[in-house]
Design a protein around this ligand. Structure first.
Ligand code: SF4
Length: 272
């Protein structure tokens, strides 16, 4: 079983084992994010990716894996204190092969760098072994609900294997994929963190359930982010500081929180 650290001593041991997790707690630590993932396979109501309608593709700056690798080389020459490479978007990192390709290149030259991948989790189970082989040692999963009725209010569609799903069918598919993906990557020794966007009136009374389920299947940390009202949620409001604190306290019954209250809702991404 994967147990989240609870005491000071357990935290110390945990960070000795996963030193690259420190920058999740201290964003000033050395980390570089490489924007290599152009597309997404789901649509969250709060995410405005600036889609190219033909390809469901983000218009943000995207690097090819070889370009990203050269950027990392140059960055390490200038800032040797970088200890972690992250890939978080701007689309989903597993919806195209670019993130895996980039991590393979990075791992072949820099096996000791921490490697973090952020994903919505739809393809996490099927890519788990490939991620481990590419040296990925930390996964962040965007998990906003574990109840199909609630998730159906947050996610408008899921696209998997040429199947386009909406409503509760899409929500059920995504939750089951996330749970299987968290379990598989945790079993392979990766540290799994959950990112949850707090959306007043939608999932604010559901945060402890998300933390509970995530902890049960192997997650070690949770990050609760305030909604930034945009796209289909542009008429909703951000949570107050009190609401964020209440959500954090509810979650911490099951998972330690490393809340970045200034991080915008949506994926923790480098661009887009
Ligand atoms: Fe995709 Fe992430 Fe945007 Fe959701 S927030 S639609 S998972 S890119």
């Amino acid at each position: 079983p994967h147990t989240a650290p609870r005491s000071e001593t357990q935290y110390k041991q945990f960070f000795q084992k996963y030193p690259y997790l420190r920058e999740e707690v201290n964003p000033n630590c050395g980390r570089i994010d490489l924007p290599v993932s152009p597309v997404c396979n789901i649509q969250c109501h709060f995410c405005k990716r600036g889609l190219n309608k033909e390809q469901n593709q983000s218009n943000s700056v995207i690097l090819r894996p070889d370009q990203a690798f050269r950027v990392l080389d140059d960055a390490l020459a200038l800032w040797p204190e970088i200890i972690t490479v992250g890939i978080a978007g701007p689309g989903d990192t597993l919806a195209s092969p670019h993130a895996l390709e980039t991590f393979r290149l990075v791992h072949s030259k820099y096996p000791k760098l921490g490697k973090c991948l952020n994903t919505n989790g739809l393809l996490l189970r099927e890519k788990a072994e490939a991620l481990a082989e590419a040296g990925v040692n930390m996964i962040s999963v965007n998990m906003n609900a574990v109840n199909v009725g609630i998730l159906a209010q947050i996610c408008s569609y899921v696209l998997h294997d040429n199947k386009y799903m909406t409503g509760e069918i899409a929500a059920r598919w995504l939750i089951l994929a996330q749970v299987a993906g968290i379990r598989a990557t945790a079993d392979l020794g990766m540290a799994v963190k959950i990112n949850t966007v707090l959306i007043p009136g939608v999932n604010d009374h559901h945060i402890s359930e998300v933390a509970k389920v995530a902890a049960q299947v192997g997650a070690r940390f949770m990050n609760i982010m305030p909604l930034v009202p945009q796209h289909k949620f542009s008429d909703r409001r951000s949570p107050t500081d009190q609401e964020l604190n209440a959500a954090k306290m509810a979650a911490e019954r099951y998972l330690p929180c490393c809340c970045h209250s200034s991080t915008p809702g949506g994926m923790l991404k480098t661009s887009g």
